[in-house]
Design a protein around this ligand. Structure first.
Ligand code: FES
Ligand SMILES: [Fe+2]
Length: 388
């Protein structure tokens, strides 16, 4: 048996983090400086290729199942310009459809991002009515449609699956069977299992459109060079300055950021090393999701671009169990305000918007990547491969 088969799940990653904390042993310290072309973030032709090859072909995490509310509910949201309708049937099956009536194409559910209990889905234009499983239940004056095949006129379904309490779907209805998310996630799947993500509950969700290219946001979550500086007034003091180790896992990345001292980590046996308490784990899940594991909760960020310079940012805060006291509720409300309002929107996304305008100004003909930003080089290489 190899060491990895017997070691606790996070031991290898932590041993490398200890090496980095104690003597900067990360191989990235041998890397060459690199750079990126600003056109990757500004060019509309490049964005059109990303939309076709990444956002319409790859499985995307559309958020937690909980966002739909109890069984017998539906929620609409436009992802990357595609009107999507997610439903939770009374039998508790999650389905993902195009939010488009099969009569003449009106939107079935108009309000974006609000989960509502629904008996059925009634098109506001002429009243065609669908069940939550997408089948056409009925239509006014059915005798006016003598050739209509009701069986074949259900909503267009998108290939989807649920894994780790999250909804995954491909935005192209022609893209084949439901995606195998365990295979897609590879080694990240075991991480999510180990953390118990599937048993977390949605506490709160915030969706906002920001004037930035989606990749600038991923870039911000893949490097720790900025953390003690940009976040000096919020969370910066909880972290070591620019200490992290990472793994490329297929097209995804796993990053462990230094939080506790090496002495505090070494004082515990490896089976007690927690990737949320003794470090801060982050996953980049290709192409557009980021998970951050805070000490007592998890943030999922979905990045859904609508153009080269506009992105819908959907942040879901996932907590181990629903709050049962006012004190617990106040604690989570404070945590959400700090991380969503203060850190992500107030600091990270604000800088991304500044960069977007800065790049469009033509001041820089390259974005420079140092040895602490090698995860960005790996991320952009993954995208190059996927787009070529
Ligand atoms: S477009 Fe929906 S009923 Fe006519
Ligand atoms: Fe940040």
């Amino acid at each position: 048996m190899t060491r990895n088969e017997t070691a606790p799940h996070w031991q290898d990653l932590f041993e490398r983090l200890l090496g980095e904390l104690e003597h900067r042993s990360n191989p990235d310290w041998q890397a060459d400086q690199a750079s990126l072309d600003p056109a990757l973030y500004c060019d509309s032709g490049h964005f059109a290729r990303e939309r076709e090859r990444l956002f319409r072909r790859q499985p995307l995490c559309l958020g937690p199942v909980d966002q739909l509310g109890d069984p017998g509910s539906a929620m609409a949201r436009e992802f990357c310009g595609v009107p999507v309708l997610m439903t939770r049937t009374r039998e508790d099956r999650v389905k993902v459809f195009l939010n488009v009536c099969r009569h003449r194409g009106a939107r079935l559910v108009g309000e974006d991002g609000v989960a509502c209990p629904q008996q059925s889905l009634v098109c506001p234009y002429h009243g065609w009515t669908y069940r939550l499983d997408g089948t056409l239940a009925g239509l006014p004056h059915a005798e006016a449609f003598p050739a209509l095949d009701k069986q074949a006129s259900g909503l267009r379904e998108l290939p989807s699956s649920v894994r780790h309490g999250l909804i995954w779907a491909v935005l192209d209805p022609e893209s084949g069977p439901a995606p195998d998310i365990a295979a897609f996630l590879g080694g990240i799947d075991r991480d999510l299992e180990s953390i118990g993500l599937g048993s977390h509950r949605l506490y709160r969700q915030h969706a906002v459109k920001r004037a930035t290219n989606w990749k600038l946001v991923v870039d911000a979550f893949l490097e720790v060079y900025h953390v003690t500086r940009l976040h000096a007034g919020t969370i910066g003091r909880f972290f070591h300055d620019a200490v992290a180790v990472s793994d490329q896992v297929g097209p995804h990345q796993r990053v462990l950021v230094g939080r506790e001292s090496s002495a505090a980590i070494r004082a515990l046996p490896p089976e007690r090393w927690s990737p949320q308490v003794h470090g801060t784990l982050t996953h980049y899940v290709f192409p557009n999701s980021v998970f951050v594991y805070h000490p007592d909760y998890v943030s999922h960020m979905g990045l859904f671009p609508t153009s080269a310079d506009e992105t819908l940012f959907v942040h879901s805060m996932l907590i181990p169990e629903a709050p049962s006291t006012d004190k617990a509720e106040a604690h989570w409300a404070r945590s959400f305000e700090l991380i969503d309002g203060g850190v992500f929107n107030g600091e990270d996304l604000a800088v991304c918007e500044q960069i977007q305008r800065g790049l469009a100004s033509g001041a820089n003909d390259r974005l420079i990547l140092g040895r602490l930003e090698q995860n960005l080089r790996r991320f952009h290489h993954t995208l190059d491969v996927a787009l070529s």
